[in-house]
Design a protein around this ligand. Structure first.
Ligand code: ADP
Length: 504
């Protein structure tokens, strides 16, 4: 070694040693870093680069140091022998360093993709979390709305005055609202257990269920169909039924939802209105005929009475004329009744106490009732207001009702006259009830028809009730009847009051 080559030698030897030392320090630092972040790809990569560099540093520095040692001990031959291997090892370790560097490019690209995917996953996770929170809120809101809606519909179900019924498709009852229970006479305390009961058992004709279910099967619904329900004690009630198949079957199968309206009252009213219409048109017709007949009858009666004056009494012609007079008079009485029925004669109304009127009428018929041993009892309500009435006509109505009652009782019975006032004190009621033979169901609607009578010819004209009907209607009131064959009859007259009770 010359003086001038000393610096190069020094740098080569010291540089080689430092290269090993630094590369190992780097490896040491990298290991520390790796301990802190074992999964960090850059630190891992740095470690590998450092390790590769350390290997390279050992290989290269060992070669250089050996060379300097061999030259120092003057064994250049040895150095010449191992020089090619040292070069090969250097090249190889350098290739390793280059490969690690190149590999980093690929690893970095993959790491980038992984990072991106991780970010995407993170975003998806956050989005899911957000949705989940919102979903909870949404579910909460929906549940609240459902509870409110359930309460609302339950209330409709409970307070409805119409029957609401849910059945299976075979008619088995699932649910019945309180109005329905009341209508069919089921009480929660009594036979309120509807389990296993079928709707058809409440139909007056159970075979009607086939019609209902077939219609629902074919069309999915049934609308406003009229049926009869059978109630407690075999009573029947006309109902209007609508129903539809539930498209959302429950666990146990499809259900039918029914709305059933009690139309018995409406039907009765319709019948009464039809009856009133019929009577009004008969009245119009009768009044026309009565007017036409009244005049010729008056003339016949006048001439008959004229002829009677010129005939000696007890002669045959006198008795013939008397017969004509009697029959003409009875014809006139009927015509008079017909005119009354048609309300053609103007009433003479004054404010009267109905109890006084009733007592006088009882006095008139007392003779007949006593003959048949019939009791006439009165149950008078106290403090009834006065009633504006045509005394003669109201008496005619009462006499007619009492005479019919006496006739119906026959012998040994009771007739009761009861008076009362309605809640608003706008009407008084007079009920004439008897213990007679009663009225057949099919005759109930016909008894107010003119000329309808069940009495033998000569005993009844069938005009009494129709005339009474006309008189009461003329007073702004109404007359109704309740009766069952064999259980007597009860006629009720309702008349408007002139002044409320407090006004007296
Ligand atoms: P009439 O008395 O001339 O037959 P009405 O018009 O007064 O005519 O009565 C018609 C029918 O109504 C009677 O024939 C009878 O069948 C029936 N009727 C009326 N009142 C009673 C009663 N209290 N009980 C039973 N049937 C009655």
């Amino acid at each position: 070694m010359t003086i001038t080559s000393f610096p190069i030698w020094f740098v080569d030897v010291v540089g080689s040693v430092l290269m090993i030392v630094f590369s190992f320090i780097s490896v040491g630092y990298c290991l520390q870093l790796k301990n802190k972040a074992p999964t960090d790809i850059i630190i891992n990569y740095l470690l590998w680069v450092c390790v590769a560099l350390a290997v390279f540093a050992i290989s290269r520095s060992a070669g250089h140091l050996l060379k300097q040692i061999f030259l120092l001990i003057d064994r250049r031959d040895l150095w010449t022998a191992i020089q090619p291997f040292s070069g090969a090892v250097n090249t190889f370790t350098f290739i390793v360093v280059a490969s690690v560097t190149l590999f980093f490019e690929r690893t970095w690209a993959i790491y980038g993709t992984i990072l991106k995917d991780r970010q995407a996953l993170q975003n998806a996770h956050e989005e899911l979390l957000y949705l989940n929170q919102n979903l909870e809120q949404l579910v909460e809101k929906r549940t609240e709305a459902l509870v409110i809606s359930e309460q609302k519909y339950r209330r409709i179900f409970e307070v409805s005055k119409d029957m609401i019924l849910v059945t299976r498709t075979d008619g088995r009852i699932v649910n019945l609202n309180p109005a329905g229970e009341q209508l069919v006479g089921i009480t929660a305390a009594g036979d309120g257990n509807l389990e296993g009961r079928f709707f058809q058992s409440f139909l007056s004709h159970p075979e009607d269920w086939n019609v209902i279910s077939r219609h629902i099967e074919d069309h999915g619904f049934i609308s406003s169909a009229e049926f009869d329900l059978i109630l407690e004690g075999d009573a029947r009630r006309r109902v209007l039924l609508s129903g539809s198949l539930s498209r959302n079957p429950s666990d146990e199968g499809e259900t039918i939802h029914f709305l059933i309206k009690d139309i018995e009252q409406r039907r009765l009213m319709q019948k009464q209105m039809a009856q009133a219409d019929k009577l009004a048109s008969i009245g119009e017709l009768s009044s026309g005929i009565a007017h036409e007949i009244n005049n010729p009858l008056g003339i016949i009666l006048g001439y008959t009475q004229l002829l009677l004056r010129s005939e000696p009494p007890h002669s045959d012609r006198f008795s013939d004329l008397k017969t004509i007079e009697k029959h003409v008079k009875s014809c006139k009485a009927i015509v008079e009744d017909l005119l009354n029925f048609a309300r053609t004669s103007s009433p003479q109304k004054e404010n009267l106490d109905i109890h006084v009127v009733i007592s006088e009428v009882i006095g008139f018929v007392r003779h007949h009732s006593n003959l048949e041993n019939i009791q006439i009892e009165t149950v008078f309500a106290p403090d009834l207001p006065l009633v504006l009435m045509d005394e003669k006509k109201i008496k005619q109505v009462l006499i007619n009702l009492l005479m019919n009652a006496i006739h119906a009782v026959g012998r040994n019975g009771t007739i009761t006259i009861t008076t009362g006032l309605n809640e608003s004190a706008s009407r008084i009621a007079v009920e004439v009830s008897d213990t007679g033979h009663g009225i057949e169901q099919e005759n109930l609607l016909r008894i107010f028809d003119p000329f309808f009578t069940t009495k033998p010819t000569g005993e009844g004209t069938g005009l009494g009730l129709s005339v009474s009907y006309g008189i009461i209607k003329g007073h702004g009131g109404n007359i109704t009847v309740k009766s069952e064959p064999g259980r007597g009859a009860a006629f009720t007259i309702a008349l408007p009051t002139t002044a409320p009770l407090s006004g007296r």
